[in-house]
Design a protein around this ligand. Structure first.
Ligand SMILES: *Cc1c(COP(=O)(O)O)cnc(C)c1O
Length: 354
């Protein structure tokens, strides 16, 4: 291709796609406010890692900011710049912490705040200039964070710690582990200078005010996840995959549909093809579920086949090519339907949807 063709290509606007993710920003804001309210005197932050659990930083972070959130948590340093387009870097905490010297340099250059998870990270941070940081201490999940035994190390005493935090392993269950982690966290906190304390994730917010401390860190429930029954009344659905019919056809009794021909029509029927599939996060586990057009249920026929799904149009016979249908994505029900977790259902949603 010569330069004129490349320019022409770049200037051409790609036409609207036949699939999209509807993100209900007012539900998102309402979920943050509900979690903030349930956090009592503590303020709710927002876990926005993994591109806001798959829903998109662009669509979510401004709505969370405008609702009142002012502490944002990402996992990787590579996630900082997208979030920093919408909020001050000093409000962005990087959960994985400074793993290499380049992370320290990046933190100093941008103002994003590291979460220190080990003595090595504490030394690396102080060695690179240091400054305000957060500290993750392990209270029993044995994932990321300093062991309580490490807290007496002089490398920790040298840190300027804003938030001292820990993470719950089983807050979505009525497990004795919750009270054990709470007790261990309470034991740990007087040993370290800090300005604020934080323990609860989404499910932890529902465990009551003892778990809230100064700041809660909901993620899943901001985006519509309901990990505990206490949240069912207050959390609204945020994400809904929608797709246009890209073809309709009439089939006869005996005709089969899709990969491996797992569905065979017992009578003549009108069917439609939607352009959603594996790469969009709509896995084979959705076979047996249905789409909706308004109140009409449109069952999925056979297998999800790569990036297409065939649905039964009997309940809405007037639907034509180009009409939009949606996949009910109420997370507790969808999790039961697919045996995927609510976390997986959100983070799987593919980039073509956005
Ligand atoms: C992801 C994460 C959260 C949010 O947890 P949810 O269960 O999604 O509410 C909070 N804190 C830390 C440290 C996390 O990694």
């Amino acid at each position: 291709m010569g330069l004129p063709e490349i320019l022409q290509m770049m200037l051409a606007k790609s036409p609207p796609a036949s699939l999209r993710l509807s993100v209900d920003q007012s539900a998102l804001a309402s979920n943050w406010r509900a979690l903030d309210h349930m956090s009592g005197t503590a303020l709710a932050g927002a876990a926005v890692k993994a591109d806001c659990y798959g829903l998109g930083v662009e669509a979510c972070v401004p709505a969370l900011r405008d609702a009142g959130a002012n502490e944002f948590f990402v996992a990787h340093w590579s996630e900082v710049s997208d979030v920093a387009r919408h909020v001050p870097p000093a409000q962005i905490a990087v959960l994985h912490g400074p793993l290499i010297d380049a992370d320290v340099a990046y933190a100093c250059a941008t103002g994003a705040v590291p979460v220190i998870n080990s003595l090595e990270q504490a030394i690396r941070w102080a060695g690179g200039g240091g400054g305000r940081c957060h500290v993750m201490v392990d209270s029993g999940i044995n994932r990321l964070g300093l062991s309580p035994a490490d807290l007496a190390d002089p490398a920790i005493a040298r840190l300027d710690i804003d938030i001292l935090m820990s993470h719950l392993a089983c807050a979505d269950e009525d497990s004795a582990m919750n009270a054990r982690q709470l007790a261990r966290f309470q034991q740990i906190t007087p040993q370290v200078n800090h300005r604020r304390l934080s323990l609860a994730n989404s499910a932890g917010v529902a465990l009551g005010s003892k778990y809230a401390f100064d700041l809660t860190r909901p993620g899943l429930s901001l985006y519509g996840g309901i990990p505990r029954p206490e949240l069912a009344e207050v959390i609204r659905q945020v994400a809904t995959p929608q797709a246009a019919l890209i073809q309709t056809r009439q089939i006869s009794a005996g005709d089969s549909v899709g990969y491996n021909a797992t569905f065979t029509a017992t009578h003549a029927m009108r069917i439609g093809v939607v352009s959603l599939g594996y790469a969009d996060g709509i896995l084979r586990a959705w076979s047996g579920a249905h789409f909706k057009y308004g109140e009409c249920e449109l069952p999925i026929l056979g297998r999800v086949s790569m990036d297409m799904i065939v649905i039964d149009l009997s309940a809405a016979p007037d639907l034509r090519e180009g009409d939009w249908v949606e996949l009910p994505y109420f997370l507790p029900t969808a999790a039961q339907q697919t045996t995927l977790s609510q976390y997986e259902l959100l983070t799987l949603l593919g980039t073509r949807l956005k």
